[in-house]
Design a protein around this ligand. Structure first.
Ligand SMILES: *Cc1c(COP(=O)(O)O)cnc(C)c1O
Length: 396
């Protein structure tokens, strides 16, 4: 049997490769940081990590993790409800709720699991999920696992959301679900308007704050801070794998009855281990740190506006962004790849995205800013963009 299957896979893989869609991974030999060392020996400035607050290699988090290794050991060897819950897990859940202004939190191994396990335990075929068309893959998969009726609205388009809400009036319960930041453009949905529509058409709201938590809002509390609607979304999901230290872990936080039901019925929670205690301990330290001072959030915001302002002055076509994502529009797929390759030669690591990751003819380079970047790092990146942009005829 396998020889036939092997032949089939080889053909498929060849097709992926010939379509130019084969994903090759670069290997990093240093900690994740503003400057990283690749296994080729090349040192590059990293502008493609989700390390928004620069915490991936933070000494306080490393110290907290090391200490927890001594006090709590390495692994839990159990799912939460049998014997896999430590005091650190409970403390971290409360820190997350305090950060977002919610009632309770449930931890998962990843936000992919949080989104995969949130819909099916709460909604049935009698209910409706109304989902933004650009929502993350894990939301799409989570919705697939649930029998609720599915409605999709155009990205951040309130007219279309209203249309879908009207269409969904026959169902018992309605849940609107949206990312807090859309990762390819860096835009945020108009959460204030979504809440107005939710009230008018009797719906609940779920936000995935994976790319917005730590980033959006003056103190990084996410889109509910930006729109001054803290505590108004019934459900918030998020990750510990981006702004919040970048290791591993996801969560759902929100109304306490919802969290309670997830602890009873959510399959990725019931049938999979949680994060190791050392990650929970570092997470606790992290939430304390970003609550004690706003230094990192301020630095990230300053870095982001400095970079984007300079890129616009140079004449680059930049997608309007309310996050730490700067999409440099190039439109042409090959140009996006050539541009990124030339930037790497200059020591700037970014990724060019093209169809099918973004719509056809919408190729771009995505730059992700971090509090870890120094002014010098930013100036180096801006100079490299300017040089290559002129060489490739993108700017004058
Ligand atoms: C990254 C991301 C996830 C997945 O987070 P993990 O914790 O890495 O599984 C889920 N949703 C959104 C919107 C994301 O950006």
């Amino acid at each position: 049997m396998y020889s036939y299957f092997k032949e089939h896979l080889s053909k498929e893989l060849k097709g992926i490769n010939e379509a130019g869609l084969f994903k090759n991974e670069r290997i990093i030999e240093s900690p994740q940081a503003a400057e990283i060392e690749l296994n080729t020996g090349q040192k590059v400035l990293n502008f493609c990590a989700n390390n928004y607050l620069g915490l991936s290699n933070n000494p306080h988090l490393i110290e907290a993790a090391k200490k927890a290794l001594d006090t709590h050991g390495y692994g839990m060897s159990s799912v939460r409800f049998i014997c896999g819950t430590s005091d650190l897990h409970k403390e971290l859940e409360q820190k997350i709720a305090a950060f977002f202004g919610t009632e309770d939190t449930i931890l998962y191994a990843a936000c992919f699991d949080a989104n995969g396990g949130v819909f099916e335990p709460l909604l049935t075929a009698d209910d409706a999920i109304i989902s933004d068309s650009l929502n993350h893959a894990s939301i799409i998969d989570g919705v697939r696992l649930c029998k609720a009726q599915r409605y999709r609205y155009e990205n951040a388009n309130m007219d279309d959301l209203e249309k879908q809400l009207i269409a969904a009036q026959e169902q018992r319960f309605r849940l609107i679900v949206t990312d807090g930041v859309f990762s390819m453009d860096g835009n945020v949905p108009p959460v204030d308007k979504i809440l107005t529509l939710a009230e008018k058409y009797n719906a609940m709201l779920m936000l995935d704050e994976s790319h917005s938590a730590g980033v959006v809002g003056k103190t990084g509390r996410g889109v509910t801070e930006l729109f001054n609607v803290r505590g108004q979304a019934e459900i918030i999901t998020g990750t510990l794998g981006k702004s919040f230290g970048g290791a591993i872990g996801g969560f759902t936080t929100g109304k306490k009855e919802i969290i309670e039901m997830l602890r009873q019925r959510s399959r990725p929670y019931l049938f999979s281990n949680s994060i190791p205690p050392l990650v929970a301990a570092a997470g606790i330290r992290m939430f304390d740190m970003v609550s004690e001072t706003n230094e990192l959030q301020d630095k990230l915001h300053n870095n982001t506006s400095y970079f984007i302002d300079n890129m616009i002055s140079l004449g680059f076509d930049i997608k309007p962004s309310q996050s730490a994502i700067c999409a440099v529009m190039l439109y042409d797929a090959k140009l996006s790849q050539d541009f990124a390759a030339r930037l790497l030669d200059e020591g700037i690591y970014v990724i060019g995205f093209y169809y099918p990751v973004v719509p056809k003819g919408q190729a771009r380079i995505r730059v992700q800013l971090s509090a870890a970047h120094s002014r010098e790092d930013l100036d180096k990146a801006i100079a490299a963009f300017s040089k290559i942009g002129k060489e490739l005829g993108v700017i004058n």
